[in-house]
Design a protein around this ligand. Structure first.
Ligand SMILES: Nc1ncnc2c1ncn2[C@@H]1O[C@H](COP(=O)(O)OP(=O)(O)OP(=O)(O)O)[C@@H](O)[C@H]1O
Ligand SMILES: [Mg+2]
Length: 192
């Protein structure tokens, strides 16, 4: 029987939002520690990440460490010429930010600061649910799947999650782009 993706999303998002501020703080520190010591991160010069929303793990402690290492960081921004698309724009300590239509902060639109997909070596992706085969359930808009569709080289895809977001098995739809690895506060899991 196919899974009810909407029901799964509701349940998992509720669990994620129910984590206490202390649990969130510990998760955030543990993720920063794991990721800053991970060879895939050390080797990547240009990294995409996200600003936490809806109980997602907060990457700000990691972001500060990566800035100290002079990494190029990019965040998703809504494409002003296509509401179904995201693009990735440079994010530096002095980048001016605005709230997008989801109330999430993003770099103020500056076309010259948009990077091509081929320039991004590693992408830390938010998710609602994952399994150990690298299947990913997102918020349901398909932004990441659309961004990553097609033939040109893809960054190394790393899902970023709390342990409670793990499912035994998640259906993969034809358009779903699977993860190469998943990181939680407890572990780094290479899928392929
Ligand atoms: N490459 C694509 N081209 C066109 N439509 C797509 C593509 N990828 C996904 N979609 C559409 O987006 C919708 C949502 O996809 P899906 O349920 O996989 O979202 P998600 O992976 O949970 O979200 P997100 O990627 O934003 O985190 C689907 O109905 C699908 O048809
Ligand atoms: Mg998907």
């Amino acid at each position: 029987m196919p899974q009810d993706r909407q029901a799964l999303r509701q349940h998992l998002r509720q669990q994620r939002r129910a984590l206490s501020p202390e649990q969130q703080r510990q998760a955030s520190q543990a993720l920063a520690h794991t990721l800053i010591n991970q060879s895939e991160i050390a080797q990547a010069k240009t990294i995409a990440l996200y600003l936490a929303n809806d109980g997602e793990p907060n990457l700000m402690p990691l972001i500060r460490l990566l800035w100290q290492q002079h990494k190029t960081l990019v965040l998703p921004v809504m494409d002003p010429s296509d509401p179904k698309q995201i693009l990735f724009q440079r994010f530096a300590p002095d980048t001016a930010m605005v709230n997008n239509r989801y109330g999430i902060a993003e770099p103020a639109w500056t076309e010259s600061e948009i990077l091509h997909r081929e320039q991004i070596e590693l992408m830390l992706m938010p998710l609602v649910g994952f399994d150990e085969q690298g299947n990913r359930l997102g918020m349901g808009a398909g932004y990441y799947d659309r961004y990553l569709a097609g033939e040109s080289p893809r960054p190394l895809l790393v899902g970023c999650a709390h342990e409670i977001q793990r499912l035994e098995r998640l259906d993969r739809e034809p358009w779903d782009i699977p993860l190469d690895a998943v990181v939680t506060p407890k572990r780094w899991l290479t899928v392929r």
